[in-house]
Design a binder for this molecule. Structure first.
Ligand code: BES
Ligand code: MN
Ligand code: MN
Length: 462
């Protein structure tokens, strides 16, 4: 890649300014109050792809938010890379915990990011990482170094389950035909320890509702005499793990793939410092399933976590009341071979079966998705590995992640191609949290590394 470093040096202020403009638009897909902003973001992505050199860009409507599709095809005999990313972001709350407003991006220096990091909702997940691909394309087209065909598919509903994208993919197999899918929507170990994500967990997300008496009651007059839905719900939830922190749902582990001792030993080689991990989170101990390390607990093992719980009185002061209803949102992270629909069903059956007399329980399934593992003996992985060697001077470490991008399994099923997850975020970048940020180093390194992926992928395809 001729002059890539010089090109980035010359244009880096503009690269940062353009990303800043994109980050200013609050494209929160979960909250309909932001509908116009989400749509505006799709337009902005379209314009950026046109400017970066796509021959054709369109906004494809769906039942929900549109998908931005762009392509530059110049030779059918050359391979095609399909880039996927998302332009929607998570809600920004709790707002009071942000040190600067979530949609007014600013660059701040941190210990981990001495060159500065851009603070904004979506900086890392996924606008910043998606935009690296747009700028990498710009570099390749402007310097006549794009070695193959490229397609972009950027959606606006990733954070709410990609429901309409599945339909789009199923209906547009020919249009989306490709030789490899490239995604930057994950992380790496550290700026001096590059890694490539080789696995994602699946997900089953449910909401539960426990109803006791038909109305809120005086907790003195009725307390002790009727089932309190909040007491019952918390007891039911507590029973979902045993004393070894194993999940107690019958059949939950049936399809879990158990890694061999050799595979686990290989995994354990990845650099990890437990003290730093605890320090960064200000916790005095880690917690999880007995018999597994922290890195195993958050990648190769399934989990069950309450994501939200509510009911009763939560306002100022005290109100003596027994609520009629209690609710919780629960996510289960799944590993390859666990089927998310089946797990949702197992959960529902089990949760209903442990309902005590005196309350009624409803389980409402939300979205879900399959996990994914990619082998490292394919040319896509090898091309990515060589690209990192080129720009980081080190061979990247393959590592499974605990997060989920459910659409990746569907890509494999429908488009029959492998996905390469070249993520440049860090765990400390606070995605989905207040003060999300993305290192300037990471952003520019991503822009520098991506063109090498194209180069090596084409070379290895020959
Ligand atoms: N980009 C994340 C997923 C991710 C982050 C994977 C870091 C690996 C490392 C994605 O936007 C996300 O947040 N996914 C959701 C699932 C989705 C169905 C809402 C998740 O993992 O909670
Ligand atoms: Mn994401
Ligand atoms: Mn996300």
């Amino acid at each position: 890649m001729k002059n890539i470093q010089a090109y980035i040096q010359e244009h880096k202020e503009r690269f940062l300014n353009e990303l800043t403009e994109l980050l200013k638009i609050p494209s929160i897909s979960a909250d309909s109050a932001y509908k116009n902003d989400v749509l505006k973001t799709a337009e902005a992505v379209k314009t950026s792809l046109e400017k970066a050199g796509c021959d054709m860009v369109e906004i494809c409507p769906t039942k929900g938010y549109p998908i931005v599709y762009g392509e530059k095809i110049f030779d059918d005999s050359l391979p095609t890379v399909l880039v996927y990313g998302h332009y929607d972001v998570q809600p920004a709350d709790p707002l009071e915990l942000w040190t600067s407003p979530p949609f007014e991006p600013v660059i701040k220096k941190t210990e981990t990011h001495p060159h500065g990091a851009i603070y904004a909702r979506g900086a890392c997940d996924d606008k910043g990482q998606m935009y690296m691909h747009v700028k990498a394309l710009e570099f390749m087209t402007k310097t006549n170094q794009l070695p193959c065909n490229v397609k972009f598919m950027v959606e606006g509903e990733e954070e709410v389950g990609s429901v309409n994208l599945s339909t789009f993919v199923k209906e547009n197999r020919e249009k989306l035909k490709n030789d490899v899918i490239l995604i930057s929507d994950t992380g790496m170990i550290a700026n001096d320890i590059p890694s490539i994500t080789t696995g994602l967990r699946g997900l089953s997300y449910v909401e539960v509702e426990v109803t006791g008496p038909n109305r809120d009651l005086h907790s003195g007059l009725y307390g002790g005499a009727v089932a309190n839905p909040i007491n019952v719900l918390t007891k039911m939830i507590a029973s979902l793990h045993d004393e070894n922190n194993h999940i107690t749902i019958p059949g939950f582990y049936d399809k879990v793939e158990n890694l061999s001792e050799a595979e686990r030993a290989e995994m354990a080689k990845a650099p990890f410092n437990l003290d730093n991990y605890k320090k960064a989170l200000d916790i005095d101990a880690v917690y999880g399933e007995n018999g597994y390390t922290t890195n195993e607990r958050n990648s190769i093992r399934p989990t069950l976590d309450v994501n939200g719980i509510w009911g009763g009185y939560t306002g100022e002061g005290a109100k003596t009341v027994i609520a009629s209803k209690a609710f919780a949102k629960i996510s289960m992270r799944l590993v390859p071979h666990q089927e998310w629909e089946e797990i949702t069903e197992l959960f529902t059956k089990h949760f209903e079966s442990i309902t005590p007399k005196g309350v009624k329980v409803k389980v409402k399934p939300h979205h879900g998705g399959q996990g994914y593992v990619t082998p490292i003996d394919n040319i896509g992985y090898q091309a990515a590995s060589k690209a990192y060697e080129e720009t980081f001077g080190k061979t990247p470490i393959p590592q499974r992640s605990g997060g989920s991008i459910p659409i990746v399994a569907l890509f494999e099923q429908e488009l029959k191609s492998k996905t390469i997850l070249m993520g440049f975020g860090l765990d400390s970048d606070a995605i989905h949290s207040p003060n999300e940020h993305f290192g300037v180093f990471n952003y520019l390194k991503g822009i520098e590394t991506i063109p090498y992926f194209y180069k090596y992928f084409v070379e290895l395809s020959k």
